[in-house]
Design a protein around this ligand. Structure first.
Ligand code: GLN
Length: 485
């Protein structure tokens, strides 16, 4: 039997009832990878041998009734999170030979729950991009149509789950990189509250914005994954010591008593009519399910992209200074001096988009310009935070599109960074404010490409996202609609 197309919650039951072994499941996932990976290109590294070995070990534990919440579930991870003994490239040439001596906290948590890490997934270099075209190891293709991008920067993470090459994955989201590719590939993606999930072991892009979160086939799997990865971690000083509820429990509740805010700024010019129609149709379904609908306003939304493209590159220019050819990864061996070695290593090791961000960020932070750019952007950020504070006194969650358009063709925007940056306009504000956001499939365009709906809530209100998402998922019944591969 083919197990690869199952959700985690369906697979878990089969594993716990011993109707299938972890080895059979892992073999099934590798046969799927063998069949479709050449078309998709979701992986940078695959560890078949290690995965099969671990599957046998977990199988023995299950035989002794030692069963964790993910026992025997094969998972692949965005190549931005350190995995002990397994290469971690960040999608960059500069880390091509880097094998981390430790695992990120989220990896340790998944493994403690019994998961089998099968490999590392494609991404834009250092998570900079919206199309996964900035990867040093090739461009993954959208499982729904291989001429289209799968979104970025967690493009491989979305493609692998959508193509049934992994039961779920982890991504990172600095300005939309979990929600946007999830939307383009027709799956669920959740960016948790800043501080909800430990980032220890995540290659840093923009530290005041980065957050790790799950990409899954449905909402129940998303809740399951979030249960496992959430919580305080003394190794990450930005993780928050707030109790973690059982997110699966949140799925039981209906929408009675909930008010959904529809922010008018998210339905402005440039919004594809099919995206708008799919989102509005979903709003009607949610209303039928008992939710109240209210039109609301977040007046500073339009300044989000401008503020983000100062703050994120500024932080990146500082974070990426560590890749100097001395401490990690590759080193150019032809240099004649230390300075020359730095220059040659960084010139060869980084791609164009990363260089562009380092230059922008260094400029924005330089003396004389700091006040005009970084300080100003931080002030705008505060205004966006205040918009959200106010709006969440009027409603429980915000409903909007995730992206203004469905996926575009590979190459279509790669020579126009500005139009690429603007495609993040609806996801960036949540990162600037540190609030949680989720993407849920809500329709298919006339070209056959998935459309996503975004739900945002106030800090640590992930339960509300899941509750609304689950009710919508039940009413739309899109989970079984899969790409033909
Ligand atoms: N597309 C945005 C950027 O390039 C967001 C990326 C992300 O969330 N990692 O910065």
């Amino acid at each position: 039997m083919d197990f690869h197309s199952l959700t985690i919650h369906a697979l878990k039951d089969l594993l716990a009832e011993k109707k299938v072994t972890p080895l059979q499941v892992t073999e099934s996932i590798f046969s799927r990878i063998g069949a479709v990976e050449e078309k998709i290109g979701a992986f940078i590294t695959i560890d078949k041998e290690g995965a099969l070995r671990r599957a046998e070990e977990i199988g023995k534990k299950i035989d002794c009734d030692e069963i964790g919440p993910l026992s025997g579930v094969p998972l692949a991870i965005k190549d931005v999170i350190c995995t002990k003994g397994m290469r971690t490239t960040g999608g960059s040439k500069i880390l091509e030979p880097f094998i981390p001596p430790y695992s990120g906290t989220v990896i340790e948590k998944l493994e403690a729950a019994g998961a089998i890490i099968i490999g590392k997934l494609s991404m834009d270099e250092f998570a900079m991009g919206s199309a996964n075209e900035n990867c040093a190891y090739g461009v993954p293709k959208n499982p729904w149509n291989q001429e289209y991008i799968c979104g970025g920067s967690s493009g491989g993470s979305a493609a692998a789950v959508s193509a049934d090459e992994s039961f779920a994955s982890l991504g990172s989201d600095t300005g939309g990189s979990i929600r946007q590719p999830a939307s383009h590939c027709g799956i669920v993606g959740l960016k948790p509250t800043y501080g909800r999930v430990s980032r220890f072991g995540l290659l840093a892009y923009a530290s005041s914005l980065d957050q790790i979160g799950p990409l899954t086939k449905d909402i129940r799997d998303c809740a399951l994954m979030l249960n496992i990865i959430s919580g305080y971690d003394p190794k990450d000083s930005t993780s928050v010591n707030e109790p973690v509820p059982d997110y699966v429990d949140a799925l039981q509740d209906g929408l009675q008593g909930m008010t959904l805010g529809i922010p008018k700024e998210y339905f402005g010019p440039g919004l594809d009519p099919e995206v708008e129609a799919a989102v509005r149709n979903s709003v009607t379904k949610l209303q039928e399910a008992g939710a109240k609908i209210k039109s609301v306003s977040l007046p500073h939304t339009e300044y989000g992209v401008a503020a983000y493209y100062i703050i994120a590159p500024a932080e990146a220019s500082s974070n990426l200074a560590r890749y100097d050819g001395v401490k990690y990864g590759m080193r150019d061996m032809g240099a004649e001096s230390l300075m020359d070695m730095y220059k040659r290593t960084r010139s060869k090791g980084f791609g164009n988009e990363v260089k562009r961000r380092i230059i922008m960020g260094t400029y924005a932070l330089s003396s004389g310009y700091y006040d005009a750019y970084y300080k100003k952007a931080s002030q705008v950020r505060t205004l966006i935070v205040k918009d959200y504070q106010k709006v969440f006194t009027e409603c429980d969650v915000l409903i909007s599109p995730v992206t203004p358009t469905p996926a575009w063709k590979i190459g279509e925007k790669s020579h126009d960074p500005l139009s690429m940056y603007l495609s993040d306009a609806l996801t960036i504000p949540a990162n600037l404010a540190g609030i949680p956001g989720m993407s849920v499939p809500c329709g298919i365009s006339s070209e056959g490409l998935p459309i996503g709906l975004q739900i945002q809530a106030s800090h640590f209100q992930e339960e509300k996202l899941l509750r609304v998402g689950f009710n919508l998922e039940q009413r739309l019944d899109l989970v079984k609609t899969k790409p033909a591969l």
